[in-house]
Design a protein around this ligand. Sequence first.
Ligand SMILES: [Zn+2]
Length: 182
Amino acid sequence: MTTNEKVLINKGAIDTPYRVLQTDVKQDSLFLRKKSIDLDVKNIASDKDLHFFINRLKLTLAVESGVGIAAPQVGLGRNLFLFMRIDKEGIPVQVAINPRIVNHSQEIILFEGDGCLSVPELSGTTKRYAWVDVEYYNETGELIKERLSGNSREGDFTGVIFQHEYDHLQGVLFIDRLAETE
Ligand SMILES: [Zn+2]
């Protein structure tokens, strides 16, 4: 990581959340529209700055009561996000590093109540894939390949969370995916 990135990560103690960038703040909205870049996977397990960042990002997700958060939402332009495993017992928070969507359903579903920690006072129905085949590294540097099929607002919507967070890494927000409503 660069010196500037290390400064950003370490500005504040382990028990303090990061400030979440907001689309109604000019500087923030410009940053949220940038594409993030990959992390060096060889160093995942041993990178102290990275693990410090992941811990504070988890805290940030918890205090914001979110179901997912991406690194660029706190000002780090790197391909990393957290997503809640609604499909797993105890709903653990999963770390996804350098994530990819390698395949997806042809079927498009309408997901009601999509919203974002960076977009104040707005939610809406978005178009999402019914399932996605994904690959990412976890925080120990292990490559995970799996299909995430949860897309039900009432039940499991893990697959939709992954799609929403993946979009953040491309500079895409849920407001770009809104379905046309009558
Ligand atoms: Zn979001």
